[in-house]
Design a binder for this molecule. Sequence first.
Ligand SMILES: [Zn+2]
Ligand SMILES: [Zn+2]
Length: 396
Amino acid sequence: MAGAPTEVHQRIDTEVARMSAALIDLSRDLHAHPELAMQETRAVQRLLTFLADDFEVTQPYGGLNTAFRADAGDATPVIAFLAEYDALPGIGHGCGHNLIAAGAVGAATALRRAAPEIPGTVACIGTPGEEGAGGKVLLLEAGAFADIDAALMFHPSDRTWPIRHATASVHLTLEWHGVAAHAAGSPQDGRSALAAVIQFFTGVDALRQFVPETSRMHGIIADGGQAANVIPDYTRAEFTVRAATTAELDDLRERVIAVAHAAAAATGTTVSITAGLVYRERKNNHTIADRVAHHLRRQGVTVDQPVLRGGTGSSDIGNVSLALPAIHPYIQVMDAGTPTHSRAMAEAVIQPRAHTAMTQMATALACAGADLLADPDLFAQVRDEFATRGPDLAAG
Ligand SMILES: [Zn+2]
Ligand SMILES: [Zn+2]
């Protein structure tokens, strides 16, 4: 396998360099027009315009209006580059999905153009609604990844990590219903939904000592009532529960839900709970991730040593990664310590530094894709690892 760049890797380098101005334009354009989860119609049109020359396009895809699939080739294996393009409420592209999207279409296009002679199919799948709506979970359930042999994507970050752990998570919306009354005139007639939501947060705090260190329970009171002199008859909490594995999450979610019911019982109110889609823990394919790290280093990128410890987020790539070989490496686009989901990140992800990192990662993903398609032994190793290795879990 390649140590120094081979001819195909050099051709990929050249293709990405040739299209880098167009990729940066695309990234800037997506950034300037942020669209929330499952509403990314403009982004999809822009990405498909980019892909239309080289790929056969299917859109909508997998039952989702803002999902798409682009294919070049009709042989196996099929490798897919995944694009995310949803933004965050209030802060736009504070998670840098403009870079993910432009990098994914860049990787797919560069690989197909640079190596048309390599057998196999190159696909680019547009996966909407990563921020809470679980686009990849829904696509997976719809069979949209059924013929995919490996899925490659990346995320911008404050570090460059080929692999990273991610927790399983679920979002809960909890609503308490009580009885309104004048808070001074007739409080005895009221049943406070505010008292219930306060009890809930206090009860969850009482759980904290008795859960694994890798678990997280966090949320907000999104509606705490309307007036100080009225006993609130309605309150709502938005809450996320996370744990190292889906099995631990299932257990912890039941304990949190029991607290919500206890809070209702204690206050004479009722509670209704709506759960979102479960994002599962991540199983990185180290064989593919090692190829990406190699191709990053080849371009002079410093690759940090993975640290499978400490806090982390969750993503719907976890579900995909448990179903087929997948990677989700990170590339540094901003100073270490810059928070994600922040205005600082939204600002960082359109700077020249971020766009340089994006093109380096697009090159590395495309080169890793070329390695997979050109080397059946490598692909066998990928499949063997997938069959035998578990998810990457954080040490406590
Ligand atoms: Zn995010
Ligand atoms: Zn993100």
